[in-house]
Design a protein around this ligand. Structure first.
Ligand code: C2E
Ligand code: MG
Ligand code: MG
Ligand code: MG
Length: 285
């Protein structure tokens, strides 16, 4: 009845917005049962080394096989899960799946196995159990900590609280790699960045988009990408370019000295078997 009450209130000023709100609330309420019923799954997208065109890492990207709405991407439900706090158990579930998969690749491929890269929401980065959860999952799955990378956004890292920083330092000491995701879209304190336990910057796809053949290129985007890569290298970090869709972009990215690239040019996110084939058979593009 709370919903009906809300419906009447919202409908008075904006029926469209009301429908969207109700859909959001419904999805949000369905999240816990969905996790219990096993409706989530993880797709994997290769991170490709520019030098040898090999799969050096693999990003885990969560999806929801919704019984009525079909496949839903993370943009539809991660925000809701953050609001309700369900992101903590959901994120732990994704981490465990990714570590299990990483361990499988390690068994099949030995030293050539890619690391798995897992996104951490802001709320997870502030969770006091983060370090012990990661340690327990590494222990249980037997994945080498060096084969795990955690991706955090600038806002997760640059927050005022010291807690996430201490957790990151601890994780880094354990041998886990830390990456800053979507770099360039948030507010980074550059002086601060220097002292963070971070190994890699991932340059947001929105900057890569403007890279084209020299004459058709967006000169500002091109300069931003070059500057971000130089900044990362000055800080002793490696760089991944996100959202690489064309050969021209891959070429321009490689010219800047960027170590790794990710994007539809090489592979779309997909099941682990598809990644395995790319590791064995080589990466196109
Ligand atoms: P992200 O971490 O920046 O992941 C990259 C996103 O870019 C993915 O979208 C991927 O499918 C997409 N992408 C990859 N290559 C290309 C390309 O060439 N062109 C374009 N246009 N897009 C490309 P996806 O899977 O929809 O994920 C969206 C976001 O949801 C992720 O952005 C990440 O922030 C979040 N996310 C995904 N899985 C998780 C998770 O397990 N936990 C948390 N907290 N967030 C997640
Ligand atoms: Mg990411
Ligand atoms: Mg990203
Ligand atoms: Mg993102």
């Amino acid at each position: 009845w709370a919903k009906a009450d809300g419906k009447r209130r919202w409908a008075m000023f904006d029926p469209d917005r009301n429908a969207t709100e109700v859909a959001r609330l419904r999805l949000s309420a369905q999240l816990p049962a969905a996790l219990e019923r096993g409706e989530f799954y993880v797709d994997y997208q290769p991170l490709v080394g520019m030098r040898r065109n090999d799969v050096v890492g693999v990003e885990a990207l969560v999806r929801w096989a919704h019984p009525e709405l079909g496949r839903l991407g993370p943009d539809r439900f991660i925000g809701l899960a953050e609001e309700t706090g369900l992101i903590v158990p959901l994120g732990r579930w994704v981490l465990r799946q990714a570590c299990l998969q990483g361990r499988r690749w390690a068994r099949e491929l030995g030293a050539d196995a890619p690391f798995v890269s897992v996104n951490l929401a802001v709320r997870q980065s502030r969770d006091p159990n983060l370090v012990s959860d990661v340690a327990a999952i590494l222990d249980e799955t037997g994945l080498d900590p060096a084969k795990l990378q955690l991706e955090l956004t600038e806002s997760a890292i640059m927050g005022t609280a010291d807690e996430p920083l201490e957790s990151l330092r601890e994780l880094s000491r354990m041998g886990v790699r830390i990456a800053i995701d979507d770099f360039g879209t948030g507010y980074s304190n550059l002086a601060y960045l220097r002292h963070l336990p971070v190994h890699e910057l991932k340059i947001a796809g929105s900057f890569v988009e403007g890279l084209r053949e020299a004459d058709r290129e967006d000169p500002v985007d091109a300069r931003i990408v070059r500057t971000l890569v130089d900044l990362a290298h000055a800080l002793g970090l490696t760089v991944t370019a996100e959202g690489v869709e064309t050969r021209a972009q891959a070429r321009r990215i490689a010219e800047t000295g960027c170590e790794t690239a990710q994007g539809y040019l090489f592979a779309r996110p997909g099941p682990p078997e598809a990644v395995h084939e790319l590791i064995i058979g080589g990466v196109p593009g």
